[in-house]
Every structure is written in C-alpha cells, then in structure tokens.
Design a protein around this ligand. Structure first.
Ligand code: URP
Ligand code: ZN
Ligand code: ZN
Ligand code: ZN
Length: 466
C-alpha cells in the first residue's frame, strides 16, 4: 500500500521545507517537491501542517517496581498514550534487580512488553549491581540482544545504587564494548542523611522530598560521573533527567573540552517548579515528587535548561515517564515523604510541551525535532531507521497542526493516572495524525492502532559519539 502525504512542511534537524512524502508499506519511499509525486496513490492532505518524524521517548518506566508498588502504566496503556502524543518509539528501562541475573531481568521485561505495545519499543538495561557476572552480561546484551546502553544509579542506596568502584568498572566495560553509560547523578548517600534528619525534625510533607535533594548534590554527582568516565578512557556518558543549572554547567564544561558527555532534560524541569508543589494543598504536593526533584522558579534553572537545549549541551528531551496514581500509590507516603513513589507521568505530552517552546521563541523548529526524535535515534543506535524523514527510514510520521490547541488534564489524557502534573496547561499546537510504520494509528483524536502491533527494536551502537 502506498500513501502520499501532500502539502505539508517537512521538518528535520537541517531545516524546514515544503515537500510531499511517499510512504510505501512500512517505510518512506521518497520525498518530492510539492505536487510532483505520483498521482495514482492514496493521499493524505497535510496542508498547513508540520510533517515531522515520530517522537522517540528515550526514557520511560512502564510498570517500574518502586517503593512497594509499580508504575501505573502498562506497556499497553503507556504506549497507546504515547501514540496519542505523537511518540512512535519508546526506550524503556529493563531492570536487573539487585541480586538478580541480568538476563532474567531482561526476560521479565520482554514478557511485560511483548504483544502489548501500540508503538515500537526498545530497552536500556538498569544494572542493579556491578560484578563479574553483570559485566559479562553487558557484553552479551550489546552483542546479542540489541541493548547498547546501561543505567547506573548514584542515588537510592540499598535499591539500585552503585558505588564509585562499581561505576568505574561498568564504565571501563562500556568503553570496550561501545555501550553508553546512563547516569542517575545524585549523591544518594548524602541525600539519605538529609532525609533522615528532616524526618527526625518532623518534616514529613511532600515538599521535603525536593528540599532534601539540593542542587549541589546533583552537580557533585554529575561532576563525579564525568571524572569517572574520564578515568575510564572517555567512556560515553549520558546524564539522565538533568534538572539544575550547576549540573548543566558540569556537562557544558566537559563538552567544551571535547568529551563524550551528553545529557537529557525532561519537560517537568522545563515547566514545573518546586512552587507548584508548595502551592498544592495538603498531601497533594506528592503529585510532583520525582527524582531529580523539581527546582525553584526563583533560581536560574529553567532559563539555563532552555539555553542548554539551544546550545546542545542538552541533546535530548525525554519524559522519564514514571506515573503513579495519587490514590493508594502516592498516598503510600502520607506521614513520610520518603515513601512517596518517585515519578511524574508525561509520555503523552512531550511533543506538545516542547512545541510550546517553539511558540514561546525558546527553541527553533529544527531543534524541536532534533531533541525529541533525531538525536535520541542517533544517541541510542536507532538511526536512520528512526528519527528522520528520508527514503528507507520507517514511516513513523506525525502531522502536527501549529494552529491547533491541546489542553492537558486528567479528563482528556490517555495515561493510566488519576491526576496530571500539568493539569490545565494549554498548548498552542496539536498532534493531528500519527503514522507508525506506515499505519495511521491516530487521526484527529481517534485511535486506530492496536495492542501488539508495536515491535521490539534491537539497537546498534550509538552513532552520536565524538
Ligand atoms: O522520579 C523518577 N525519576 N522516577 C523514576 C526512576 C528514575 O530514577 O528515573
Ligand atoms: Zn533516575
Ligand atoms: Zn558548550
Ligand atoms: Zn527514569
């Protein structure tokens, strides 16, 4: 089956130009100057629309076990919501629980995802421990399983935490096998001291989550990770969910020195603040508990993060989608903020929220597409199959209506959450049509896809390193 998308403006990292796009089966067959494509094919009118590559969300946590509960989106509900928001690929984090065999953790993740996804999916691997076995498994996963990135935690002592020696060993392994180390950069040992001290003072409300995770402890861990990666002969390092000005300055300095250091931020750090949490009545501030935490609007963070996106010191915007319902999940932390499951759900809103940055003059159209699709594909070994509109690539395409409007809230979102951290946000712009491997799966708010149509994507090595 062929389909000609006509009349739209195709946007890629190198520019925006009017073009018609021919889809043949699951892939893009050709692009044409407007009006010059074949006439004997079905057409889709994209007049007045941006035609962009389907979004790639490189950081999601479907069904993540956390604090005695599980993230509330399954691969079914979460990937369907992603599709509504113009994201046609997710990279989720498979988990090796501490003490578990890495391959068993991976098998469990395949079992959760297989047959349930509405869009294509890939995995990073969270290492819950670094020892001889998991180091060997890193080689096997890169060679045989299409997993070329591993997340380590400087936070969460006793859960996912790795110490500096373990981190160094994993980085040395990654240097040798070409993998990327993804780092949750917060000094968890020091944070735990602050948490215990706060609780001992009777400071139990959700706001104390953020107050016990100061910027300095994100910047310190970011610096330490960068130094450890240098010792590991410039192992590729990708800082996840970067939230703060001083952590960004560490990344920028390393990049200016030509290092293989990269970072992502997330929409919550670009839009939400500690004051959203402070202003919420009673325990409702728990809705904004995530790690790294939201930062204060009275500091420089959001301004600097937008600047980092423009300068490419922040290369990617992912969601860190880790939803928990307020009822019975966030509520686990009533009386003790440290028991609130960490995470914000947003897999459905990333493309829209970043487009708002274009409307606000903070980001170019090209950077919008680059940070939400093209660079994640390059960074994580999916390019050029994903992340670009060009012949031979998968036909993952979004028609975006710049004159539409999106209102975010629990009444309209498709994520399995009983609240929204962005309740009431109005975005100028709207995802109109979503095509995944040649199939229209969302059309003007109607869902036309199906559970199980999303495929596992084994990934190659990153093609983004210096
Ligand atoms: O609060 C967050 N980010 N929850 C998900 C786990 C993680 O650290 O990414
Ligand atoms: Zn993390
Ligand atoms: Zn720079
Ligand atoms: Zn995460």
């Amino acid at each position: 089956m062929t389909l000609l998308i006509t009349g739209g403006t195709v946007i890629g990292p190198t520019g925006a130009a009017p073009a018609d796009v021919l889809v043949d089966g699951e892939t893009i067959a050709a692009t044409y100057a407007p009006g010059t494509g074949p006439s004997d094919t079905e057409t889709l009118d994209a007049t007045g629309r941006y035609v962009i590559p389907g979004g790639i969300d490189a950081h999601t946590h479907m069904e993540l076990p956390f604090g005695g509960t599980f993230a509330s989106d399954t691969f079914d509900t979460g990937t369907r919501a992603a599709a509504f928001g113009g994201t046609t690929t997710i990279i989720d984090f498979a988990v090796q629980r501490t003490g578990e065999v890495v391959r068993d953790g991976l098998a469990a993740w395949h079992a959760k995802a297989e047959g349930n996804c509405h869009v294509d999916y890939a995995f990073h691997m969270i290492l819950g421990g670094v020892d001889d076995d998991s180091l060997k498994a890193m080689d096997q996963l890169v060679a045989d399983e299409g997993i070329s990135s591993f997340k380590l935690f400087m936070a969460y002592p006793g859960v996912f935490y790795s110490d500096d020696g373990q981190i160094l060993r994993a980085m040395q392994k990654a240097r040798d096998n070409g993998a990327v180390i993804m780092m949750h950069a917060e000094n968890g040992i020091a944070i735990d001291v602050l948490v215990r001290q706060a609780l001992a003072r009777g400071e139990t409300d959700p706001i104390h989550h953020g107050l016990t995770r100061p910027e300095a402890l994100e910047a310190e861990a970011t610096h330490r990770a960068i130094m450890l990666a240098e010792v590991a002969r410039d192992c590729p390092l990708y800082i996840v969910h970067l939230s703060a000005s001083r952590a960004l300055a560490e990344v920028a300095a390393a990049r200016d020195a030509g290092r293989n250091v990269f970072a992502e931020t997330c929409p919550q750090y670009l839009y939400l603040t500690l004051e959203d949490q402070l202003g919420a009545p009673g325990f409702e501030g728990a809705k904004w508990v995530c790690s790294t935490p939201l930062r204060s609007k009275h500091e420089t963070h959001q301004r600097d993060l937008w600047q980092g996106l423009r300068s490419n010191d922040l290369a990617v915007v992912s969601t860190d989608h880790c939803p928990f319902c307020f009822k019975d999940q966030k509520e686990l932390g009533v009386g003790d903020f440290s028991k609130i499951p960490n995470g914000i759900g947003g897999v459905e809103h990333r493309v829209d929220l970043l487009y708002q940055g274009v409307v606000d003059g903070k980001l170019s159209l090209e950077r919008w597409v680059e940070t939400i699709a093209t660079t994640p594909a390059r960074m994580f070994g999916l390019y050029p199959r994903k992340g670009v509109i060009q012949p031979g690539s998968d036909a993952d395409i979004v028609l975006y209506d710049p004159n539409g409007r999106t209102r975010i809230g629990v009444e309209t979102h498709h994520m399995n959450m009983d609240h929204s951290a962005y309740e009431g946000y109005e975005i100028a712009g709207k995802v109109e049509t979503v095509i995944s491997r040649g199939e229209v799966i969302v059309s003007s708010g109607e869902y036309r896809g199906a559970k199980g149509r999303g495929k596992y994507l084994p990934r190659g090595l990153s093609s983004y390193l210096v």
